[in-house]
Design a protein around this ligand. Structure first.
Ligand code: HEC
Length: 152
């Protein structure tokens, strides 16, 4: 009898552990809905912080947006020109369009070279340290969106 109870308990622990790890993996990415080329809702349910977003854009380990875009950030000397100049982007695009652009630009055009910043990295051609991770967090995305919306 005692052995049977122990076995049931052990099974419960193993299953519980398995379910738990699955749940955390699934919870990593916030659910979002893409409609009409945009993600209308904030990923965090809150508005972002534009001043923080400006820092994320500059940060070479996070957004590193300057590698490909010119932006009105005069204190940084190197600005790339692979992508369009982002001055005025908040007047051209809606917050929802900018959000999708940052989260997963591949959903807008098959071969964008802009990386998907909020997508779990695939299994191929990805540095080990990025496997199963997003480049930036959901709140970084919201801070960037808030910052982009100030560029009018
Ligand atoms: C590797 C280069 C690269 C990086 C890094 C990059 N982008 Fe882009 N981005 C592009 C290109 C190229 C386009 C033009 C459309 C396309 O090809 O997808 C673009 C388009 C955009 C657009 C749409 C602009 C418009 O006027 O239509 C926004 C907004 C944008 N990027 C924001 C960002 C932000 C914010 C970051 C940093 C988190 C970033 N990008 C990082 C290459 C890049």
């Amino acid at each position: 009898m005692g052995v049977r109870i122990l076995a049931v308990l052990a099974l419960g622990v193993v299953l519980g552990f398995a379910f738990n790890t699955n749940a955390t993996a699934a919870e990593k990415l916030v659910n979002y809905m893409v409609k009409d080329g945009a993600i209308a809702k904030s990923l965090t349910g809150k508005p972002g912080d534009a001043a923080k977003g400006r820092k994320v854009a500059i940060d070479r380990k996070k957004g590193n947006c300057l590698a490909c875009h010119k932006m009105p950030i005069p204190e940084q000397s190197f600005h790339g020109e692979v992508g369009p100049d982002l001055a005025g982007v908040g007047g051209r695009l809606s917050a929802g369009q900018i959000r999708l652009r940052i989260v997963d630009p591949e959903r807008l055009g098959a071969d964008s070279i802009m990386p998907p910043f909020y997508k779990l990295a695939g299994l191929h051609g990805v540095l080990k340290k990025f496997k199963g991770k997003t480049i930036i967090s959901a709140s970084d995305v919201e801070d960037l969106v808030a910052y982009m919306m100030t560029l009018k």
